[in-house]
Write a protein that binds this ligand. Structure first.
Ligand code: ADP
Length: 153
């Protein structure tokens, strides 16, 4: 029985898989968008997390379903609240890059108890990040299915 070495082969293989192979398209709103617009975007785009960017298109925050629900419990009209005031703001946003190991990213999702991360690239001039993708628990489920079918690259 060579189960142990087969397990090592599988775990070595999984560790070489990068985020870039399993990413999804990011869905982005601007800081000045209203909570109302964010809710609409979430339904139309069928995502659970929106990334928020500033006027220069650099990442400034993340808005989740619960953030929007919380804002909806308040007294103010949802058209009057900008997502910029309810989002989780940089530098408190956990990010990753295309070449990061998918297992390291899975660990971040577990440790931070969040559904997804923006995939970013440093902007060439100045500071900050440009958003290039999204990686979520759904992508992790696809990876699991690919592993079971022996269909990983
Ligand atoms: P939900 O709110 O639908 O449960 P999450 O568990 O992803 O979705 O979000 C929980 C909280 O963590 C929210 O306040 C959200 O703004 C924040 N959050 C989501 N993604 C990130 C991230 N990548 N980095 C930091 N905070 C995040």
């Amino acid at each position: 029985y060579t189960g142990k070495s087969n397990d090592h082969i599988l775990s070595d293989k999984v560790k070489t898989i990068t985020v870039g192979h399993y990413k999804s398209r990011p869905v982005v709103v601007t800081e000045s968008s209203s909570v109302y617009e964010a809710v609409t975007t979430m339904f139309l785009e069928d995502v659970g997390t929106l990334f928020v960017v500033d006027k220069l298109s650099t990442l400034s925050g993340v808005v989740s379903r619960k953030d929007l629900l919380r804002a909806s419990l308040g007294q103010q009209s949802l058209e009057s609240i900008p997502v910029g005031v309810i989002m989780t703001r940089m530098p408190n946003v956990t990010v990753c890059e295309d070449q990061d190991s998918i297992i390291e990213v899975a660990k971040k999702l577990i440790n931070k108890q969040i559904d997804g991360l923006p995939i970013v690239k440093k902007v060439s001039h100045g500071s900050g990040y440009e958003v290039t993708g999204r990686i979520t628990k759904t992508n992790m489920t696809s990876l699991l299915v690919d592993l079971a079918n022996n269909e990983t690259i």
